[in-house]
Design a protein around this ligand. Sequence first.
Ligand code: KG4
Ligand code: ZN
Length: 348
Amino acid sequence: MSVLLGIETSCDETSASVVEVTPAGARIRSLVILSQDVHAIFGGVVPEIASRAHLTAIVPVVEHALASAGVTLDDMAAIAVTNAPGLVGALLVGVSYAKGIAAARGRPLIGVHHMEGHLFATSLDHADAVPPFIALLVSGGHTLLLDVPAWGRYERLGGTRDDAAGEAFDKVGKLLGLPYPGGPHVERLAREGDPARHRFSRPMLRRDQRPGDPEYYDLSFSGLKTAVRLAVEGSTDLERDRAHIARGFQDALVDTLVAKVVRACRERGRTRVVLGGGVACNGTLVAAMRQGVDSLGGAVFAPTARLATDNAAMIAAAGAFHLARGHRDSWDLNAHASAPIPGLIPGG
Ligand code: KG4
Ligand code: ZN
């Protein structure tokens, strides 16, 4: 058995986690997530404020994670830290701190790609959420459809061409006068909506699309957001129409995501689907995905809320995989605003 420390500071959550790794899999010993609520005032994440808040939080967050797991830095097999993608100033806080403690205690340092972390998150909740699977990662910054034949081997099937799914939820939330981040509020409001009142067209989803055509798997949400804006502007009583518009938006987005995942399962012959990212908290999406994938005899694995959103346990779990493969990063590990997920394999 070995234990790893994970550190995540790519956006607006300062998180640290101690994860125990045995041949049977990874288990969370402690997980601390400090969310920066201050950004709600500005209606979005303000990078400079995020970096400063990480600076204040990083030491107590890491110390608390170690203390609640009953371990010290000397017990760590490695220090895993998110180094891409994300806000560079925010990432640098985690990377610099991780380097500092790893160098001081002579521990291996492992840089982890944030999206690869999201792929590992669900396996911490469900032992069966392991490759081969189709992954749908839907967060505030990313929307990615991957085929995962094995850990460390990722084939990008498609992704968004414009807004990320979470970004679309947040923008629609703003249009409907809801607090930031809008995702959970839009979902709540949509429950009261009538699906027949606003039927928006399903973006980038047509029957004539075929495998090999990039549109077969790609997604796009900016047109849907514009359709929502026009519906809001055209409403004579927004108070009355808000829930119906939220419902129409969510139905269009969910239908599209389910259709693309079902296509991927069929074409790749996969029976497992792993969801990740903040939008995987959306119960309507998870239920619709289950319905779509059940009809193929498959299973959908969705993370619990604390592992769907940004957290350091998933970073430690991905770090453990790279550690086991003998990977170590050097002291010149840097932070990158964008970077391809490692282990990308060319399309088949
Ligand atoms: O993964 P995450 O915590 O951060 C990023 O890496 O972006 O995802 C945050 C996103 C936000 O856009 C938020 O609105 C969305 O996840 N989200 C939801 C729900 N809960 C969070 N979107 C739809 N329905 C939800 N219940
Ligand atoms: Zn994320």
